[in-house]
Design a protein around this ligand. Structure first.
Ligand SMILES: Nc1nc2c(ncn2[C@@H]2O[C@H](COP(=O)(O)OP(=O)(O)OP(=O)(O)O)[C@@H](O)[C@H]2O)c(=O)[nH]1
Length: 172
């Protein structure tokens, strides 16, 4: 989700009808996580009710502990970029994810566990980027497969009764 000042007004548009939302902060900036909490939770109001959420800490290549293994890509080399201290930890992201589900009044047990949906990535080195998108795609596709297919010929009886009652005052 875009964090820049000039895009603030467009926030709810990003999420309208979304099947998945990726909330991104910068692991070297506590403020970036705070902004997600303060401004972005409400923007998810326009997403689909069964929307999948991921909380992503980007720029992990800038921190001292970024050298590790990527589940899909193997060892990740250290970046030559200057080191920065890590200001946001995985537990902070997990708390934000839980807070988001609470805000949306969603039951944690109907959604993937927070640990699965919080990632640390580097757009620069590609660290965990594939894993993030593969995880989201799998969950979104599984959700689509689970949804009952509605035939276009189906007439919803409840809906037609409702629309009849709505039109009746003009037919007296
Ligand atoms: N080292 C590093 N730099 C990154 C990474 N992702 C983005 N950047 C750099 O961060 C700056 C901002 O990136 P943008 O893509 O404009 O993202 P933004 O949402 O505007 O991010 P911020 O300005 O950091 O709030 C650019 O200079 C990018 O090159 C990353 O994973 N690692």
């Amino acid at each position: 989700m875009g964090g820049r000042e000039q895009f603030h007004g467009l926030g709810s548009m990003y999420c309208r009808g979304a099947a998945a939302v990726i909330l991104t902060y910068d692991v070297t900036s506590r403020q970036s996580l705070r902004e997600l909490e303060e401004r972005f939770l409400t923007l998810t109001d326009t997403a689909q009710p069964d929307c999948i959420f991921a909380v992503v800490g980007n720029k992990s290549d800038l921190t001292d502990d970024c050298v590790g293994t990527d589940e899909t890509q193997g060892p990740v080399p250290a970046s030559p970029a200057p080191r920065a201290s890590k200001q946001v930890f995985k537990e902070d992201a997990i708390n934000l994810y839980k807070q988001l589900l609470k805000y949306k009044m969603l039951d944690e047990k109907d959604f993937p566990v927070a640990e699965k949906m919080c990632f640390e990535t580097s757009a620069k080195t590609g660290y965990n980027v594939d894993l993030l998108f593969e995880t989201i795609f799998e969950l979104v596709i599984a959700g689509i497969v689970k949804k009952p297919v509605k035939s276009p010929d189906t007439v919803e009886l409840e809906q037609s009764t409702d629309s009849k009652s709505r039109t009746s005052p003009c037919c007296t």
